[in-house]
Design a protein around this ligand. Structure first.
Ligand code: ATP
Length: 918
């Protein structure tokens, strides 16, 4: 058994070792069995399973996952597409048209209703699948012991008999019988409804007890709020308690956000308003213009179908789904869709330092003992690197204090090293890995040391107390405690220091100066101390380490900033977004790194202690100006977020620990680390960063702004089409035309074909060049600003004038009504093609190469639409269905000349607006 495993199991006390009934692995009473029996019946050991056994068991038990149930079946989902006010209007129109025996019109209307449902169904399915795929990327990992080695695997791969290591913040990945616990507390509300966490232990309980009393069990899906533990998997997948009492309801959010709801509501109001206008027009036509009832009814139907933006909700949903997918490609996984909109309005990003702004590739650069200051050469996890004092290489043999400090950090350490193909890899905390590497540089034999001084107990590291302590017993009967942690914290607890002449009273000024010096160089400083213990001590408590420590030394680690973080911070500052660093590290270290990163205010940092001493008002005054917060704990984070929000800022906040959850929940865009973050943090967050990288947040903000732009562009493109069509019908009725320029079926044709081709292509619009060069949108800004309303009206009038104008000209030239209508439809479609280019940029000019060709989907959509229009105009059956007829080349020329005017007029308007803005 490896030293590590011995360490893990050393603490497992089992008071009920008397029963020894034989079990099968299907036994349900694991809580009533002692550890030995459980391990035996699962045919496993404390070292975990071996590879062959795992694959056998995986075949036998299947993957550790629950069947997802579809919330709504496909048929229901299809029928649901008809549940829509606008569709009701169309169906009514179809029915009345049929009663009037206009069979062709009626069947086209029903055809469109059906087609709309099919398109809606397919698109919704696609969007949901895309989101599901993204959710899968979030699947949890589990830390297990296999073949005696600690490895991280996907929770899906767990099998009964696996030994799982639990940490605070994890979600329990399967049902476990606990083998060892250390302050382990688990919140089991998913199973018991009880929201208070329960303290776990390893003692068996009576068979007839309720699940909430099974203190020696950890159940799948529950959340670890504190401490550590080890357990053996007794059930996976649907065999787990959660699997048996419920089937997992698909976690996918419905594809909607507040903005989309707002727009859907807007569409409903619009539909009602349009119905009102259609009714008034109907009355006007019959009473004032003497139309026949049937004609006027058809006219009113035309008006209604013309003005209702059928495609808008679907296009907006797709735009959003595409945005979410793009973000996932950039390593930002959206858990709650509304975050996409909020991202575009973010004004402050509060980021962790370690691993997010820095590389989390730590290297020990300096070590300070009572007598010397050592420098360590080498980079990364390569254990080759000389140790020197004042540029002279030294050997650790002649530096007993250095050896002792190195031995201490190697023993007070949870990480492990692995050498693969001459490269070293760290399992566990990179900082602890760096300490092990420093040990190797100092010729410490890690394996021998851990065997010689096995660990008996520990106080795990938590960011609240900022240290970890381990208790060791040597084989000769000595016992001692090592404590490593934040240097000020350790210094407080020390009364002595180690010297070559034995232990002496501590010189706190010396150590404080050394800490300051190292921190100013941007090094992350750790202190290590020792305390001899009574050899009977086997359980470590906080009382054992709260005084009488002997200082051994300081370790200075460097963790260089990520290159991409530096450039992302520049991007943020151009985009009017302030970046704040909120770290658990020392103030001087944080400021030094902040300078390397070019944060805005690097003159002064606020520490957790400063924050504690400040009133809400005092802190509120500082919070906007200060960019570096050091030695901060999760409660401080929450306070900072609240105050920033009170100042009207929209805050994105990163976090990884269990205790970060409240701050993440409170922030406008809570952002959890996907790699190093706990499940608790991920569940509280709106967004998860797959690569823990600050640059991914900036990318997500950029995508968020782009999605918002594209939603605006979709509205800006679709609504004038409806506006233009409605105006054409209205104008025709007002001027007393007895034959309308467009029939209902023609209008439906235009709306459908332009929505699925042109409008859809805008969903793929890439970010505009200046998207990160303008300030964030005000969160309160409505989607339909007065400028947008103006643009919609402006373009509607252009479309109406051109289409109606050409219709009249054709009639004047003596053309048939079919001919004039075919011209009107084609003019409208051509108008939209030209206007599509305008819509690509909200205010920027499109008269450049990128403006005309930058989105290939636009060009593809136009080609498809042109083919459709040729079919619509020239194919016999289409002519029959839509009442169209062949038109000649000269007419096409007139159509193109008239319809291209929209492009120039809108560009002229944009130009004037741009000039006015400057
Ligand atoms: P950030 O919040 O930016 O990720 P951080 O990693 O420094 O920064 P914490 O993890 O809260 O924040 O750590 C706070 C301090 O606790 C560290 O600066 C270090 O001094 C100490 N520390 C961190 N990890 C350990 C550990 N494994 N053992 C002992 N002390 C530790």
């Amino acid at each position: 058994m490896s030293a590590f495993v011995t360490r893990l199991l050393f603490k497992s006390k089992d008071k009920h070792n008397t029963r020894s009934t034989k079990h099968t692995s299907t036994s349900k009473n694991w809580h009533a069995e002692d550890i030995k029996t459980v391990l035996n019946s699962l045919d496993t050991t404390a070292d975990g399973l071996n590879r062959e056994e795992i694959s056998l068991r995986l075949d036998k038990y299947g993957p550790n996952q629950l069947e997802e149930v579809q919330v709504r079946g496909a048929i229901l989902r299809f029928l649901y597409q008809f549940h829509n006010l606008l569709i009701y209007v169309l169906i009514m129109a179809g029915i009345v048209t049929a009663i009037l025996e206009h069979w062709v019109d009626a069947s086209v209307i029903f055809g469109v209703v059906f087609l709309n449902a099919v398109i809606g169904f397919v698109q919704e399915g696609k969007a949901e699948n895309a989101l599901k795929a993204i959710k899968k990327m979030l699947s949890a990992n589990a830390m297990v012991l296999r073949d005696g080695r600690q490895v991280s695997i996907s929770a899906k791969e767990l099998v009964p008999g696996d030994i799982v290591l639990l940490q605070s913040g994890d979600k329990v990945p399967a049902d476990l019988r606990l083998l060892r616990t250390k302050g382990l507390q688990i919140q089991e509300s998913v199973l018991t409804g009880e929201s208070l966490a329960v303290e776990k232990n390893t003692d068996t309980v009576a068979q007839q007890t309720v699940i909430g009393d099974h203190l020696c069990m950890a159940y799948s899906g529950t959340l670890i709020t504190h401490g550590q533990g080890t357990g053996v998997v007794v059930a996976t997948g649907s065999q787990t308690e959660i699997g048996r009492i419920s089937t997992l309801v698909s976690e996918v959010d419905s594809v909607t956000t507040p903005l989309l709801n707002q727009m859907a509501q807007f569409s409903r109001w619009l539909t009602l308003a349009i119905l009102g206008i259609a009714l008034i027009t109907f009355a006007f036509g019959v009473l004032v213009r003497d139309y026949a009832y049937t004609d006027m009814f058809l006219a009113a139907v035309s008006l209604a179908v013309a003005a209702i933006p059928e495609g808008l909700p679907a296009i907006m949903t797709i735009t959003l789904a595409i945005g979410v997918q793009r973000m996932a490609h950039r390593n930002a996984i959206i858990r709650r869709l509304p975050a996409v909109e909020t991202l575009g309005a973010v004004t402050v990003i509060c980021s962790d330092k370690t691993g997010t702004l820095t590389r989390n590739e730590m290297t020990v650069r300096s070590i300070v003992t009572t007598e010397d200051q050592f420098e360590l050469a080498g980079t990364g996890y390569d254990p080759h690197g000389a140790i020197s004092v004042s540029n002279k290489n030294i050997s650790t043999e002649n530096s007993p204090l250095l050896s002792e400090a190195l031995r201490a950090v190697v023993l007070c350490n949870d990480a492990s090293l692995e050498q693969k193909n001459n490269e070293w890899f760290v399992h566990g905390d990179p900082m602890e890995g760096a300490l092990l590497i420093a040990g190797l540089k100092g010729e410490i034999d890690i394996e021998t040391e851990t065997k010689q001084y096995p660990r008996t107990d520990l106080i795990p590291f938590e960011s609240e107390h900022r240290f970890m302590a381990t208790l060791h017993h040597s084989h000769s009967g000595d016992a001692f405690i090592f404590i490593k942690g934040a240097p000020e914290r350790i210094l407080e607890l020390c009364s002595q220091q180690k010297t070559v002449n034995g232990d002496q009273p501590i010189n706190k000024t010396y150590w404080s100066n050394q800490i300051e010096k190292m921190a100013h160089q941007g090094q992350r400083v750790l202190a290590i101390a020792l305390k001899p213990a009574n050899h009977e001590l086997i359980e470590l408590s906080f009382d054992d380490v709260d005084d009488g420590l002997i200082m051994l030394g300081l370790f200075g680690l460097i963790d260089p900033p990520r290159d991409e973080a530096i450039s992302s911070i520049k991007t943020c500052s151009d985009a009017g977004i302030r970046v704040k660093m909120i770290t658990g590290d020392h103030g001087a270290t944080a400021l030094a790194i902040a300078r390397q990163l070019n944060l805005f205010n690097t003159n002064h940092a606020l520490t957790g202690e400063d924050i504690d001493l400040m009133s809400e008002d005092e802190l509120r005054q500082q919070v906007q100006d200060i960019d570096v917060y050091a030695r901060v704990n999760p409660e401080h984070k929450l306070r900072l977020v609240k105050l920033m929000q009170e100042l009207g800022l929209i805050v994105a906040m990163t976090g990884d620990g269990v205790n970060d959850a409240p701050a993440l929940k409170r922030a406008d865009v809570g952002t959890a680390m996907g790699y190093n973050g706990t499940e608790a943090a991920k569940e509280a967050a709106e967004m998860v960063l797959a690569d823990d990288n600050f640059a991914s947040i900036t990318q997500a903000v950029k995508e968020g702004r782009t999605v918002y732009d594209n939603l605006k562009k979709a509205i800006l493109f679709i609504l004038p089409t409806n506006g233009g069509e409605a105006l054409i019908i209205l104008a025709a009725i007002i001027f007393g035309f007895h034959q309308l320029p467009l029939t209902p079926v023609q209008i439906l044709w235009v709306n459908m074909v332009t929505a699925v081709t042109l409008a859809l292509s805008l969903s793929f619009e890439p970010p505009e060049k200046n998207v990160m060069l303008r300030p964030p949108r005000a969160a309160s800004e409505p989607m339909l600003t007065s400028y947008l309303v103006w643009r919609i009206l402006f373009v509607s009038v252009i479309l109406m004038s051109g289409t109606f104008g050409l219709f009249i000209i054709e009639l004047d030239r003596g053309a048939s009504i079919e001919y004039a209508r075919t011209v009107a439809v084609n003019t409208l479609v051509m108008f939209e093609i030209f206007y599509l280019f305008n819509s690509r940029y909200l205010k920027n000019s499109i008269f450049n190469w990128a403006g005309l060709t930058g989105n290939p989907y636009v060009l593809i959509a136009i080609t498809i639409l042109l083919i459709l229009q040729i079919g619509f105009t020239y194919i016999g059956s289409m002519q029959h269905l839509f009442g169209t007829t062949n038109i000649d080349l000269n007419t096409w020329l007139r159509i193109i000349i008239v319809s291209s005017s929209v492009m120039f007029l809108v560009e002229l308007e944009k130009y004037i607006v741009r000039r006015k803005d400057i």
